[in-house]
Design a protein around this ligand. Structure first.
Ligand code: SF4
Ligand code: SF4
Length: 95
């Protein structure tokens, strides 16, 4: 049975320091070899101010490419990322 990978980002921790902007950190984004994270502004406002750090998010998007290496978990200075590995593409191709 194929198990889906679960990756969660706790945004209260990612933005834990006053005026923290995830664009200044990006450690998870840079260390992930399969590049599963996407940085984007939230779409809650019709005209979000791109200079407001509060609107920026790092989201895990391409979950099926995650290898479960845990580099993002280890690299995050705020312990904001949880990864529960499922069945990776590498394992599926090996079957
Ligand atoms: S566990 Fe590894 S492959 Fe998966 S999101 Fe984190 S850094 Fe990327
Ligand atoms: S490494 Fe952690 S604190 Fe830095 S942008 Fe990613 S989730 Fe946010």
């Amino acid at each position: 049975m194929v198990k889906k990978t679960v990756i969660k980002v706790d945004y209260s921790k990612c933005h834990s320091k006053a005026n923290t902007d995830p664009r200044d950190c990006r450690k998870c984004l840079l260390i992930c070899d399969p590049a599963i994270f996407l940085m984007h502004p939230t779409l809650e406002d019709d005209h979000p101010d791109p200079h407001n750090p509060e609107i920026w998010r790092i989201d895990p998007i391409w979950l099926s490419k995650c290898t479960g290496c845990m580099k993002c978990v280890e690299a995050c200075p705020e312990q904001a990322i949880t990864v529960i590995p499922g069945t990776s593409l590498h394992e599926m191709k090996a079957r």
